[in-house]
Ligand binder design. Sequence first.
Ligand code: NDP
Length: 447
Amino acid sequence: MNVDEQVSNYYNLLLKRNAGEPEFHQAVSEVLDSLKVVLAKDPHYADYGLIQRLCEPERQLIFRVPWVDDKGTVQVNRGFRVQFNSALGPYKGGLRFHPSVNLGIIKFLGFEQIFKNSLTGLPIGGAKGGSDFDPKGRSEAEIMRFCQSFMTELFRHIGEYRDVPAGDIGVGGREIGFLFGQYRRLVNQHESGVLTGKGLTWGGSLVRTEATGYGAVYLTNEMMAAHNDSLDGKRVIVSGSGNVAIYATAKAQELGATVIGFSDSSGWVHTPNGVDVAKLREIKDQRRERVSVYADEIKDATFHSTGSLWSLTADVALPCATQNELNGEHANMLADNGVRFVAEGANMPSTADAIEVFRERGIYFAPGKAANAGGVATSALEMQQNASRDSWSFDYTDSRLQTIMSNIFKSIDRTAREYGHEGNYVVGANIAGFRKVADAMLAQGVI
Ligand code: NDP
């Protein structure tokens, strides 16, 4: 059997066993495609059912999350934790609270997390979790009761050496606080190493809040430098306006770029003269309002509920909102309007079609598993600080983050060249992330 047939057999079996999970299929398909060159060169990577084991989570937890809303009505949500792979270290990956959450979405995120965590060079395995709970429009007391109920089941499956969750969409510092409080109460111990993204006075790390957005921009700058370019003086489109988008915007502007647009699920804002980051944070983080309010309050900004953010003329695009938000048509718009570099702050925001267009039209593209790895890397730095009962300065932690992002870029760039795909950072990231996990799995036997 040749490698193409071998890989297509793995994939067909996966489709059959995981029906109705398109995002998971998409994530696996992209990785398997990149692995063809590895299997052709090093067939031992298919030994001992390695590929089938890699695509099957070690453990998948689904649980009921009952809670009482402010009107006294019982609400029932579904909780998930997919512990995908712990060959390199304890499971690590965020929790997402969003109505779109289902098992397939958590599996795609958990699968991606394995390779991302491997790329950081730190000893962390891959996992993801969350719930179909919708925090929008809920009071703080409702969110607290939901988090407490969610943790009342999750607590028995996590721990410093077992599984260390963090935030993601819909789970920020406030939710991590409620989750940690309930965990501490249930186990009767202050185990700070059990969650990351904590508050600074109770085990959190400086730079964790900023890390994913900053890291995405550090990696973008490395990628641009490799092609004799830089962010200085460039126009940048950032989608989303949550944690990742806000800090990507802040860092890009600090490095001399102008962020000319951002968005949320209600529409997008054109900001030709750059973003007032303090104002955006106030509106999104503190007042928890929609992006249209930014355009109401800032003179040169305009809000659009139709059309596409990706139609703006720019040099760089950083999709930082959610999966599959940028399709082939959008990718062509970006290419037509001058974009040369794209880096994913979000997880899998570009569809397979979009990635194909980037390749055909000569756009340099850094996939999320490399570009947004700064968040989980800084979570691992938070774990190190917790384990040594220490806390590091902002500048020191930020310098560690910069070094990690620079090493990730070097590794994906080198690996892409090694396998004859120079400049293809999808191939580079998938293979570099894979090899480390695969070597550990082979060394540890069939488990
Ligand atoms: P947040 O919840 O803080 O923000 C998400 C943002 O995306 C919001 O502005 C939201 O708008 C917007 N959004 C969601 N769906 C859409 C849509 N269909 N169209 C346009 N905008 C949309 O999440 P994060 O910033 O933490 O996460 C963003 C992405 O980054 C996710 O893919 C996440 O998995 C990934 N990521 C996050 C990390 C982290 O450290 N936080 C680490 C690595 C990856 P609205 O308010 O309208 O829903």
